[in-house]
Design a protein around this ligand. Structure first.
Ligand SMILES: Cc1ncc(COP(=O)(O)O)c(C=O)c1O
Length: 494
């Protein structure tokens, strides 16, 4: 039998045993024709096979749309059309959605489960970078002695800018107050836990805040949140996490890990659509609100709480519409909210969470471990096969090989000069992954909707994409000599 067909049959056999396979049906998977055409409704495909589903392995960037999203969006739009402003308060019998006044709270229980938090520790609000700013406004309070923020040298740019801007906002200098964690091995971007702890130790007495990603966006490295948080806190450092790539991807226990704060977006593994509403965790101990009775008869009670940038949505629901201008924070993360949330966004979140409610993060993680191991095995086979033929490696995995140190994503570093042609070929074959210049592709089988067949189809397409790219590169080099080389790729750094 053709080895490709045998591999596909085996992948399908594995998928038939998957207890979560029904969840895939809850998502719109674009067909190849839909992806390649420039209209919303694909016309009759010109090539055979174009009406088949694409192979979508890009949940690390933008998750697929749950089918429930359109249904719930329609309910929201109909409520707005038929109830107008009453939509804020009115229960609508034939809608699954909560009145708009409660749409954010309606999402909190399921969200809290996904991040391993008490419900009172989670708020659905704003967007990731905005939430990072709000959290730093509360939790980065530099003193003369403790003014530094430790973050990764290769942090996602938005995090870097946010940190830099807070340091400047306090009239401090990023060159002396920002500590950038770099890998001590030039050939790898992985930050070993022991190395992180040693950098924390080296700057402990001057550091106010440690900010790290749960999963690194480029390498896919999953950090040991528990150990790092405990170590930094033991030195008096506040610890925040950017969970953009971790939420909905790996199990989290933010409360038990005693994390001070965390922020995340919902458009990756949470499938809520581009730019959708973000999330925020504030540990119970920081969300406390102590009420003191009025000091004079007829006076007003006063409240002690963590300082914050406040808005009306963080003030007690019962007095929110009294317009008294007396801020009475909601205890917990809810008290850090500012604006009334976008109901369109929150409706999309509710649709996504309703799919998550059909399983749990530990079951998803089990499946994810299987899919990512399968992907790694096939990548190894392919790397060997090409090495046997070419006498050198033309790609390698830069994500940790230890499953405990990664989530769904595997990042593949290509030899220089291959990326554009590889991506072009993959796209042509209806395979969706994403690229990080100069030479990395990120491949992320999301356990909610991906399966072994997707992984196998990717491998087959990747093999032919590499062959095509290598041929193209060889012919370019033979015309130009070797002068057209780009930045360092796999063969030069390994
Ligand atoms: C790790 C990380 N941090 C921050 C951001 C920025 O998110 P937002 O645009 O929602 O603020 C992203 C976006 O992809 C990200 O991946």
């Amino acid at each position: 039998m053709d080895p490709g067909q045998a591999g596909l049959d085996y992948a399908r056999q594995l998928d038939s045993k998957d207890k979560l396979r029904h969840l895939r049906d809850h998502f719109h998977i674009p067909t190849k024709a839909e992806l390649s055409q420039t209209t919303l409704h694909a016309s009759t495909p010109s090539r055979p096979g174009q009406d088949e589903p694409s192979t979508y392995l890009c949940g690390n960037s933008l998750g697929l749309q749950p089918k429930l999203t359109q249904k719930y969006m329609q309910q929201y739009l109909s409520t707005w059309a038929t109830k107008g402003v009453y939509g804020h308060f009115k229960e609508v019998e034939d809608s699954e959605l909560a009145p708009w006044l409660h749409v954010d709270d309606d999402c909190v229980p399921a969200m809290a489960k996904i991040v391993g938090a008490m419900e009172s520790e989670v708020a659905v609000m704003q967007t990731l970078t905005a939430n990072l700013h709000f959290m730093m406004a509360s939790f980065y309070r530099p003193s003369k002695e403790r003014h530094k923020i430790i973050l990764e040298g290769k942090a996602f740019p938005s995090d870097h800018y946010a940190v830099e801007s807070h340091i400047r906002h306090h009239n401090l200098d990023p060159t002396t107050s920002m500590v950038l964690l770099e890998s001590f091995k030039p050939e790898s971007s992985i930050l070993e836990t022991s190395h992180i702890l040693s950098i924390i130790d080296a700057h402990a007495s001057e550091t106010a805040l440690l900010l790290l990603p749960g999963i690194q966006f480029y390498t896919g490295q999953l950090f040991d949140i528990n150990t790092i948080t405990a170590h930094a806190q033991s030195k008096g450092i506040t610890v925040g996490w950017d969970l953009a790539h971790a939420v909905g991807n790996v199990p989290l226990s933010l409360h038990d890990w005693n994390v001070d704060f965390a922020v995340w977006c919902t458009y990756k593994y949470l499938n809520c659509g581009p730019g959708s509403i973000g999330g925020c965790f504030v540990h119970e101990r920081h969300g406390r609100v102590d009420e003191h009775p009025p000091s004079t008869p007829g006076g007003e009670p006063t409240f002690d709480y963590t300082p914050r940038l406040s808005g009306w949505w963080g003030s007690s629901k019962s007095s929110r519409f009294a317009m008294t201008n007396r801020f009475h924070p909601i205890p917990g993360a809810g008290g850090f909210q500012l604006s009334n949330p976008s109901v369109a966004d929150t409706t999309a979140l509710r649709a996504s969470l309703d799919v998550f409610k059909q399983t749990d993060m530990s079951k998803l993680r089990e499946k994810s471990l299987r899919l990512t191991a399968y992907l790694q095995t096939w990548l190894d086979v392919l790397a060997k096969e090409l090495e046997g033929r070419l006498g050198r490696k033309c790609f390698g995995i830069i994500t940790p090989r230890d499953a405990e140190q990664r989530g769904a994503q595997i990042s593949v570093l290509l030899d220089d000069g291959l990326l554009d042609a590889v991506m072009e070929s993959l796209e042509e074959d209806g395979i969706v992954v994403d690229e990080r210049k100069p030479s990395v592709i990120r491949v992320a089988p999301a356990p909610l909707y991906n399966n072994h067949e997707d992984v196998f189809r990717f491998i087959e397409a990747f093999r032919s994409a590499l062959n095509h790219a290598l041929t193209e590169k060889e012919s370019k080099e033979s015309v130009m000599g070797n002068g057209g080389r780009g930045e360092k790729g796999w063969s030069e750094i390994k």
